[in-house]
Design a protein around this ligand. Structure first.
Ligand SMILES: [Zn+2]
Length: 441
């Protein structure tokens, strides 16, 4: 009731505002009734009303602002208070604990997809030791400043709690240069000896292919966690095969933090239900478990800037049934970005399905499907770093099977083998995209 935008949403839902009093506590049933009427909203809806329309009168101190990455057109700033940031820390620890059985003290190496890595919650002070930082604070007499304390806090978290190393993103603009970077990255990992490696999925595949060729082992590495992009089953199975590790799927965004994590080598993830409500929508309606649709999330702890039924921009489904591990939470599968989903009549072809076919071929180390018109596609593949060639005819056959919607005109698929694929502005790779100037109804 305190935010202009939420009042507007309630009015749009034709909910009798007069029955709600500002500051009044609702009964659970009544609160659910209100919730169920709210239509999901997207980044644009929030951004256009920021800040006056979306902030509450929350006066708790320590509000901070955090922007998501992405091009300026899709950036979203989210405001959180101290308590919300503590829940964020708790969910990050919970994810590590479910994934690896440990939450603190293990050594972690991160390779985020872009230099501005605030998206993964990794931004911190410049690398230095804790003692040196304290010494500097005393000698420069700035130890009582806010900056000194937040830097110390960050250093404590990274150097002692997580023993975290952050390595530079990989850039594949030429195969020989990529090989040099991979050699260098493995060298740094061999000296840091991480127990857990978290990295952009594409990097994990390259690192594992490179590992298969080199003689040194990486027995120190036990767990691998893809983040920042889509990791399909076939890609992760290749990573497990080459590195001899366990893989854990994790889902989170910069505006929400860690939302879900897998308990084994599979794609479905346990939702942290004490912090988030996750629903799936399609055509404005919530769908049954098992149906693929847009992921809609409600943040249950952000009281500074409520995100209620917020469309994150991802496609996924809720997995029906109970997990063999015994946890009884909702389980989520994420299948790609909304913008990467191809709508073929009634059917959604997800980026996950495209990637799954491409990476099942051991000769493929990167791929992208460009849509050129409603029925014309181009599949670009980059050959593996190993001496395996992509099986182009099989790829064409399987991809055509996926893309051909029943009852539509015949689908045309061109194939191109490229030395590398140019990443997007934010350093990430898209699995599917509409080619600029594409003609699609
Ligand atoms: Zn489980």
């Amino acid at each position: 009731m305190e935010t202009v935008f939420l009042r507007y949403r309630l009015e749009q839902a034709e909910f009798g505002l007069e029955s709600l009093k500002e500051g009044a506590n609702l009964e659970e049933a009544q609160a659910l009734e209100v919730f169920e009427k709210l239509v999901p909203i997207g980044k644009q809806d929030i951004r256009s009303r920021f800040p006056e329309g979306v902030l509450t009168k929350d006066t708790q101190d320590g509000r901070t602002y955090r922007s998501t990455s992405g091009t300026s057109g899709e950036r979203l700033t989210v405001v959180t208070n101290f308590a919300r940031r503590e829940s964020g820390r708790a969910s990050a620890l919970h994810v590590l604990e479910v994934a690896t059985g440990k939450s603190l003290g293990m050594s972690i190496t991160d390779i985020p997809p872009n230099v501005c890595n605030s998206i993964c919650g990794l931004e911190g002070p410049p690398e230095t030791s804790i003692l040196r930082h304290i010494w500097k604070g005393i000698s420069r007499r700035n130890w009582s400043s806010e900056k000194f304390r937040t830097d110390l806090n960050g250093l404590f978290e990274r150097r002692l709690m997580y023993k975290q190393d952050i390595l530079a993103p990989l850039d594949a603009r030429s195969p020989s240069d990529l090989a040099k970077q991979l050699k260098n990255t493995w060298g740094l990992m061999d000296s840091g000896r991480p127990y857990l490696l978290r990295a952009f999925p594409q990097y994990l595949l390259w690192l594992s292919e490179f590992q298969a060729k080199r003689s040194e082992g990486c027995g120190y590495l036990k767990y691998v966690m893809p983040y920042g992009g889509l990791a399909c089953d076939s890609l992760m199975s290749r990573v497990r095969g080459s590195l001899g590790v366990e893989t854990r799927n994790v889902y989170g965004t910069s505006e929400l933090g860690s939302v879900a994590v897998s308990c084994g080598n599979h794609r479905s993830m346990h939702v942290i239900e004490s912090l988030f409500e996750v629903e799936i929508f399609r055509g404005g309606q919530r769908v049954e478990d098992g149906t693929v649709g847009e992921v809609v999330i409600t943040d249950l702890t952000n009281l500074s800037m409520p995100l209620i039924r917020y469309k994150v921009g991802d496609v996924g489904r809720i997995v029906p049934g109970v997990c063999p591990c015994g946890r009884s939470t909702k389980r989520l599968e994420v299948l790609g970005r909304v913008q990467e989903t191809l709508v073929q009549g009634q059917r959604w072809v997800t980026a996950w399905e495209v990637a799954e076919i491409a990476y099942s071929d051991r000769g493929v180390s990167n791929c992208r499907l460009d849509q050129i018109s409603s029925s014309h596609f181009e599949l670009q593949v980059v050959p593996s770093l190993l001496d395996v060639s992509p099986g182009l005819e099989s790829l064409r056959f399987q991809m055509l099977g996926l893309l051909s919607a029943e009852g539509t005109e015949s689908t045309k698929l061109s194939l191109r083998v490229l030395p590398f694929i140019q990443p997007e502005q934010n350093g990430k790779y898209l699995t599917c995209r509409l080619r600029p100037n594409a003609r699609v109804q």
